[in-house]
Design a binder for this molecule. Structure first.
Ligand code: NAD
Length: 483
């Protein structure tokens, strides 16, 4: 166990400076693979949020006083710095969140950098329109930054999802206060420092660490915040939506999922089962679009179950710092308990456990890749988001049955469909209630394509040019020509 006095203290990053929290309190940051404390992190307070909001409001003039192309150049420099520091960032992320280092280097970090590069290119292309209305007037629209943005980020992809919010907000000329999840704050703090090095002016990107109930609540209630962009659970999202009514803040919510991955009997089963396994076990199942419900047509059901269980048993679970590890621990003791509780629920509901089902070892929050067969659509493990490496395999008879089951949860973030019948995949894709549908593949996202859901999966879309609307306000200008 590290002595607390030896540990690095991570202060808040406000107005370009590292500041100790007003309360003087720090929380311990734990490596989920070893349960060792790896750092001490400032517990921000409502007063710290006040300071950060003041800084962000003052910085709006500075950031928007720059040429748009110069803002773009600065964001490109930040992307370059992230590339230069990729090993350091990957190690921070891997230790903080228990993510396998190989996956962070292959997926999280390149996706974060790609997001930043993509939106850096947008800085000087956010245009309005001249709209002809009458001969005696010049009438046009401009898109102004929405103002100060609070970005509230979850722990499953701290760097990547953080950047999904930071990059478009900065490109649109907004300033931000980022609140990372309390258990995974380290990469955001480092990106905040690199942003300063890249030339992002002080106060434009502030990082306030601390509890959701303290820092998050204060941001959501603050009259100086114009917009909240949130990724997290439906329960917290609901509270944010209610809290944001105080000054009618604009809100975007990316919430959970219980995505269906539908495998028809005529699908290429090798590809379908390989993708179904990574669709649920990638990032230890802690993925909002995890394909946690695998729907298999009756004719191939047993084969899908058997192959999926074999794949689950073959996954290398272990030390995230080793390149050969493909699955790490769950992020926290609390998340491990949630997952183990759901495994007990699955057993008691009468589903058949065909792989995994237990904790691995006694140190680190490792749980076996788990597969339940004979899952009925109404069971809790089929309806509720587990956010862990637990697959529920459900039988269906025909297309109508598959669509009914797939659409039968409160969520609608993503879904997959596998079949060799081109007409069928399009019919089913049309019927599925989901923000993204993958056909004969699963799990891809790209910053150029809109991402988000509806229902308990939230509302609004991130990514692409659609996200620019999240961070801009259209203004109509009407100029009389005959004076
Ligand atoms: P969470 O809702 O507990 O926390 C998310 C963030 O909200 C954290 O930063 C937390 O500190 C903060 N928060 C907590 N209470 C708050 C409050 N009262 N006011 C303001 N902020 C508060 O979620 P989590 O456990 O970090 O993440 C897991 C959830 O996120 C899952 O439900 C998952 O599906 C969802 N998720 C969705 C997406 C997506 O793109 N739709 C992506 C990743 C995760």
């Amino acid at each position: 166990m590290n002595m607390q006095s030896d540990l690095k203290r991570h202060d808040l990053l406000i107005d370009g400076k590292r500041l100790p929290p007003g309360t003087g309190e720090y929380s311990v940051d734990i490596d989920p693979a070893t349960e060792q404390t790896i750092a001490l992190v400032a517990q921000g307070s409502a007063a710290d949020v006040d300071t950060a909001v003041l800084a962000a409001r003052a910085a709006l003039k500075v950031w928007n006083g720059m040429r748009a192309a110069e803002r773009g150049r600065i964001l490109h420099r930040l992307a370059d710095l992230m590339r230069t520091h990729q090993d350091e960032l990957a190690e921070l992320e891997s230790r903080d969140a228990g993510k396998p280092i190989a996956g962070v280097l292959r997926q999280d970090l390149p996706a974060a950098i790609d997001t930043l590069t993509y939106y850096a290119g947008w800085c000087d292309k956010i245009t309005g329109q001249v709209v002809p209305v009458r001969p005696d007037a010049l009438t046009y629209t401009v898109r102004e930054p929405v103002g100060v943005v609070a970005a509230i980020v979850p722990w499953n992809f701290p760097l990547m999802i953080g950047m999904w919010k930071i990059a478009p907000a900065l490109a649109c000329g907004c300033t931000l206060i980022v609140k990372p999840a309390e258990i995974t704050p380290l990469s955001a703090l480092r990106v905040g420092e690199l942003a300063l090095e890249a030339g992002v002016p002080p106060g434009v990107l502030n990082i306030v660490t601390g509890k959701g109930r303290v820092v998050g609540d204060a941001l959501v209630a603050h009259p100086g915040v114009d917009k909240v962009t949130f990724t997290g659970s439906p329960a917290v999202g609901r509270g944010i939506l209610q809290g944001a009514t105080s000054n009618f803040k604009r809100v975007t919510l990316e919430l959970g999922g219980k995505s269906a991955n539908v495998i028809f009997a005529d699908a290429n089963l090798d590809n379908a089962v390989r993708a179904a396994a990574s669709g649920i076990f990638f990032n230890t199942g802690q993925v909002c679009s995890a394909g946690s419900r695998i729907l298999a047509q009756r004719e191939v059901y047993d084969e899908v179950v058997e192959r999926l269980a074999a794949r689950a048993n073959a996954i290398k679970v272990g030390d995230p710092s080793l390149r050969e590890t493909s699955m790490g621990p769950l992020v926290s003791a609390a998340q491990m308990k949630t997952v183990l509780d759901y495994i007990d629920i699955g057993r008691s509901e009468g589903a058949s456990l065909v792989a995994g089902g237990a904790r691995i070892g006694e140190q680190g929050y490792f749980v076996q890749p788990t597969v339940f067969a004979n899952v009925e659509h109404e069971m809790r493990i089929s309806q509720e988001e587990i956010f862990g490496p637990v697959a529920s395999v459900i039988r269906f008879d025909d297309e109508a049955d598959a669509v009914r089951i797939a659409n039968g949860t409160l969520y609608s973030l993503a879904a997959g469909v596998w079949s060799a019948d081109i007409g069928r995949v399009h019919r089913v894709a049309r019927e599925l209630r989901a923000g993204t549908v993958w056909i004969n593949t699963y799990g891809y996202t790209d910053v150029r394509l809109p991402w988000g859901g509806s229902g308990d999966s939230g509302f609004g879309r991130e990514h692409g040019d659609v996200a620019l609307d999240n961070f801009t306000e259209p203004k109509t200008v009407w100029l009389a020509l005959d004076q």
